[in-house]
Design a protein around this ligand. Structure first.
Ligand code: NAD
Ligand code: WQD
Length: 339
């Protein structure tokens, strides 16, 4: 079975390619490298014992490039990671986000359909959940009221796929809602490599620990949480990658749309993360309390029950594993794939 992975050289994509190869799938990747390095896939091939990944450096909005891939390979499934993901940038450049994220999804589905490939897993996000839900978030919690264009592209991306599955019962669509992916492969060869100043907590912590950043700003310590800092559901990227392998098995014999949360069900605060990172790795993470970041919620965590019961998947890595593997990657590659 062959899986086309869009955005496969990115952070989650590269880890997923490796888990797919380990599970016996063949993998083909399309990525325009706008936010990743070709080195990631070379390292995935190395980690997979030399298995080859045909790679197409192209934009998913490029119909001709996609068509060529479908002509050159028999694609059984698509996992669609390709997208822009920086929340702040999406507020400044909404059109770039709607164009990239939505036109890529629509072009992809159109080309898939015309080649008879109707099984897709989509990278959605916990950001599609409305801010007024009770925790934990289950797949039936309210969605919408997104606070930024990035979030709306995920909300609309899900809706586009839902409508395609409604219109044609041959389609199998799996919308996976990721919580907060962190960590890296235990080898330290692949990991998260933000191009600019990191927006997300974990890469900021590890770049601070290695001295690339002066200190971490903790965005608010007056939330209604046990220590006043924001609480999130951090999940090891290898667990997340394996969630995709489980989703493909499920799609083999289920048509229509399905939705699954990929999270651990456990929330940790910003200060929990800082202290866990320091303890796991014997390093210091200097931090200062800063004002709240606009749009942040106090507490967000998943119910992983449906994924556990229906997909037979659950997260296995601990917070200590997440911190250790992040640091291993960061210390072997202080400047990411540039080293
Ligand atoms: P990433 O930026 O590392 O990977 C995305 C990849 O897609 C990059 O390699 C980029 O070069 C590529 N890409 C972007 N637009 C493209 C296009 N038009 N054509 C071809 N390639 C394109 O990000 P990631 O963290 O691995 O995220 C993967 C997916 O998961 C994204 O869709 C993201 O929105 C979603 N997601 C990420 C998180 C997170 O916190 N990392 C959480 C929820 C959902
Ligand atoms: C986590 C916690 C911050 C940085 C974002 C996107 C979401 C999804 C995942 C893709 C919060 C605090 C952070 C820092 C801090 N992405 N923080 N100092 O906000 O849960 O979600 O990434 O879909 O759409 O919004 O993750 O890592 O940015 O923040 O104090 O320098 O860390 O306030 O409480 P978030 P995050």
């Amino acid at each position: 079975m062959t899986v086309l992975v869009t955005g496969g050289s990115g952070y989650i994509g590269s880890h997923t390619c490796l888990e797919l190869l380990n599970a016996g799938y063949d993998v083909v990747v399309i990525d325009n490298l706008c936010n990743s390095s070709p080195k990631s896939l070379q390292r995935v091939e190395e980690l997979a014992g030399g298995k080859h990944i045909p790679f197409y450096q192209a934009d998913v909005r490029d119909r001709a490039a996609l068509t060529k891939i479908f002509e050159e390979h028999t694609i059984d499934f698509v996992i669609h990671f390709a997208g822009l993901k920086a929340v702040g940038e999406s507020v400044a450049k909404p059109l770039a986000y709607y164009d990239n994220n939505l036109n890529a999804t629509m072009t992809l589905c159109d080309v898939m359909g015309s080649h008879g490939c109707k099984r897709i897993v989509f990278s959605s996000s916990a950001t599609v959940y409305s801010g007024d839900n009770k925790m934990p978030l289950s797949e039936t919690s309210k969605t919408g009221n997104c606070t930024n264009p990035y979030g709306w592209t995920k909300y609309m991306g899900e809706q586009i796929l839902r409508d395609i599955a409604k219109a044609d019962p041959e389609w199998s669509v799996c919308n996976l809602r990721y919580f907060n992916p962190v960590g890296a492969h235990e080898s330290g060869l692949i990991g998260e490599d933000p191009k600019d100043i990191p927006n997300n907590l974990m890469p900021y912590i590890s770049q601070t620990a290695i001295g690339r950043r002066d200190h971490l700003s903790v965005f608010g310590n007056d939330y209604d949480t046990p220590d006043g800092t924001g609480v999130r559901d951090y999940i090891h990227v290898v667990d997340l990658a394996r969630g995709h392998v489980a989703a493909l098995s499920y799609l083999q014999d289920h048509k229509g749309e399905c939705i699954f949360n990929l999270g651990t069900g456990v929330g940790y605060s910003v200060l929990d993360m800082v202290h866990a990172f320091e303890t796991a790795n014997g390093v210091d993470v200097p931090y200062e309390i800063a004002p709240r970041r606009p749009g942040d919620l106090p507490t967000v965590y998943s119910s992983p029950e449906k994924s556990r019961q229906v997909l037979g998947w659950e997260a296995t890595y601990s917070l200590e594993d997440m911190c250790r593997d992040t640091w291993h990657w960061q210390s072997l590659n202080p400047n990411g794939y540039q080293d």
